[in-house]
Ligand binder design. Structure first.
Ligand SMILES: *[C@@H]1O[C@H](CO)[C@@H](O)[C@H](O)[C@H]1NC(C)=O
Ligand SMILES: *[C@@H]1O[C@H](CO)[C@@H](O)[C@H](O)[C@H]1NC(C)=O
Ligand SMILES: *[C@@H]1O[C@H](CO)[C@@H](O)[C@H](O)[C@H]1NC(C)=O
Ligand SMILES: *[C@@H]1O[C@H](CO)[C@@H](O)[C@H](O)[C@H]1NC(C)=O
Ligand SMILES: *[C@@H]1O[C@H](CO)[C@@H](O)[C@H](O)[C@H]1NC(C)=O
Ligand SMILES: *[C@@H]1O[C@H](CO)[C@@H](O)[C@H](O)[C@H]1NC(C)=O
Ligand SMILES: CC(=O)N[C@H]1CO[C@H](CO)[C@@H](O)[C@@H]1O
Length: 394
């Protein structure tokens, strides 16, 4: 259970001793070590509609690939996110400057000579982040899922990511938000057309990623010793907020996706979405569910989900709870001001590590069901395991 998700590691103790300014994110207690790599991938068949220079559409991806613990001969700590992205989140949540860049992730940096990755046999999961957010702000969640044996590819969608750092290029600051924000106050206003077309572009990014990771040459950019590509014909997807919309839309459009989990995302761009019988889960909050009067998109899409479906409501949680920050705040001993705390809910700021564990148990139970048909009490009677998780409907 959640209390056993994390164990103190030797690396952490050594690092804390040498550089007290850095904070190791404790590695998950799963059975696998993780190879972590990033790459820029360019889709030569598309022009990026947001790019003022009208270049080909590129995405930035991270791959977290599970390898047996005994195949890893050396673990290394790497920065959780690069400097510009970290500085964005420091300011967004009012953390002391340098907080987000002080976090470290443990990865495997050297493998046994006899070990070669065989992606064909590793289940493949895609993650898409929220609008004006970053894939990197979910790295701890992704590492946790990967440590259970899933290869997880996270995608940043340029121009709507808050900050996107391609290697050796100046950061791209998200501008899509300008089109839906009241420029005088910065408050988002609902512009359905902009949000609907943006999510279509993201779904095309997902389709492109599915094409690419079925090619050995692309896989070897991230896993140089790989002997096969991923079998992308059976892929699961999950996402936060606008990434949840991306996940659900992609599920209805691409048959290679066999299950989707939406972390509290309003489902823009799906007014006329196709029905699907693939498994789908919505994770909402105490104030947001498919019968909420402020949410027409959930009930609309829900009515076209014809297969296995579940909606869960996390009590005392708010929208940003579904990011890594509840865990990170607790690790850093950071207490956000009330306006920021409200974005996470009581569970997110007072029991962040616990809340993070609850989310990951739900995500893992879902992908275990999607790939292996594994039944879980968490998906049937979650409240008996975690009192904060109510089942809204199935
Ligand atoms: C997690 O760690 C604890 C303590 O080291 C161990 O007893 C438990 O079996 C581990 N659980 C998993 C799922 O690896
Ligand atoms: C943090 O950095 C920002 C941008 O560089 C600056 O505006 C702000 O004053 C700094 N805050 C503190 C507390 O140092
Ligand atoms: C906000 O400003 C940007 C940049 O000037 C502009 O492109 C956008 O259309 C504006 N958004 C609205 C809703 O007026
Ligand atoms: C990929 O997975 C599908 C569905 O399980 C299977 O039919 C197919 O044979 C697999 N392809 C390869 C190359 O293993
Ligand atoms: C989609 O549905 C929403 C909510 O009912 C509505 O406001 C919007 O205009 C619709 N968009 C399109 C393109 O039909
Ligand atoms: C769903 O949302 C509505 C409106 O906010 C609320 O009345 C209801 O109690 C919620 N249900 C659950 C299970 O959260
Ligand atoms: C606009 C742009 O840069 N398009 C390029 C996309 O990639 C193809 C293939 O390399 C080029 O031919 C296009 O010029």
């Amino acid at each position: 259970m959640w209390t056993h998700l994390f164990t103190p590691s030797l690396v952490m103790l050594v690092l804390l001793d040498k550089a007290t300014a850095q904070i190791q994110i404790p590695p998950s207690n799963g059975s696998y070590s993780i190879l972590y790599s990033t790459a820029k991938l360019t889709d030569k068949t598309r022009i990026d509609p947001f790019d003022p220079n009208h270049g080909n559409r590129s995405i930035m991806v991270s791959l977290s690939y599970p390898i047996p613990k005994d195949a890893c001969t050396q673990h290394c700590s790497i920065p959780y996110m690069p400097a510009s992205t970290a500085s964005f989140f420091d300011q967004l949540f009012g953390m002391p400057n340098g907080t987000a860049s002080s976090f470290l992730l443990e990865t495997c940096c050297e493998t046994n000579q006899d070990y070669t990755p065989n992606p064909q046999e590793t289940p493949f999961v895609i993650f898409s982040p929220g609008l004006q957010s970053s894939r990197l702000a979910h790295n701890a969640q992704i590492q946790t899922l990967a440590a259970s044996g899933y290869a997880v590819l996270s995608i940043d969608h340029p121009w709507d990511a808050a900050v996107l750092e391609f290697p050796n290029e100046p950061p791209i600051v998200g501008t899509l938000i300008n089109d839906i924000a009241d420029n005088s106050t910065g408050t988002p206003i609902l512009n359905w057309d902009v949000l609907a077309s943006g999510v279509q572009i993201r779904a095309a990014d997902v389709e492109f990623a599915l094409d690419e990771f079925n090619k050995l040459s692309t896989v070897q950019l991230l896993l140089p010793d790989a002997t096969s590509s991923f079998n992308t014909t059976r892929t699961a997807i999950f996402g936060h907020s606008y990434g949840g919309a991306t996940s659900m839309l992609s599920l209805t459009q691409d048959s290679r996706l066999i299950g989707a989990l939406n972390m509290d995302g309003a489902l823009y761009g799906m007014n006329d979405s196709r029905p699907t019988s693939s498994p789908a889960v919505f994770l909402g909050t105490s104030s947001h569910n498919h019968t909420s009067t402020d949410e027409v998109t959930w009930s609309d899409v829900w009515s076209r989900l014809n297969g296995y479906k579940r909606e869960f409501s996390l009590q005392k949680a708010a929208h940003s709870f579904y990011m890594d920050f509840p865990l990170l705040f607790e690790l850093a001993g950071f207490v956000p001001v009330p306006a920021v705390a409200a974005q996470f809910g009581e569970l997110g700021v007072e029991r962040g590590k616990y809340g993070f564990g609850v989310v990951m148990e739900l995500v893992e139970a879902f992908v275990d069901f999607v790939f292996w048909g594994k039944e879980s009490v968490l998906l049937e009677d979650p409240e008996s395991v975690f009192p904060e998780v109510l089942k809204v409907e199935d």
